[in-house]
Write a protein of this length. Structure first.
Length: 107
């Protein structure tokens, strides 16, 4: 006799349909995670944990893309456009200004 769990066939829901299927509950929960990540990013920047802050920024961006159904191709196109229109010096100044915003002590 085949165990019950082996008889059932589960189909993976495509990523872009996942939020639509699960609805507002998942979106609200993901929004809360994004808010927590924003707070955690501020703390890690203030403590000088640059790599950790970058990883948290990446996680935040990934969640925001999923919440708003932004594909990897769309994100890459936006990044390419920003890189083409924003000179390197302005990008570096913006990065440094962003880092100094959280210049509070972590003690």
């Amino acid at each position: 006799m085949i165990p019950f769990h082996r008889k059932m066939q589960f189909r993976k829901i495509p990523q872009k349909h996942l939020l639509r299927v699960l609805g507002d509950i998942v979106k609200a929960h993901l929004d809360e995670i994004v808010k927590h990540l924003e707070r955690d990013i501020e703390v890690t920047v203030a403590c000088g944990l640059e790599l950790t802050a970058k990883l948290l920024h990446m996680a935040r961006l990934d969640l925001l893309c999923k919440i708003h159904a932004i594909s990897d191709a769309e994100l890459h196109a936006l990044t390419d456009q920003l890189n083409a229109t924003l000179p390197a010096r302005k990008r570096k100044l913006a990065y440094l200004a962003d880092r100094s915003d959280g210049a509070q002590s972590c003690h």
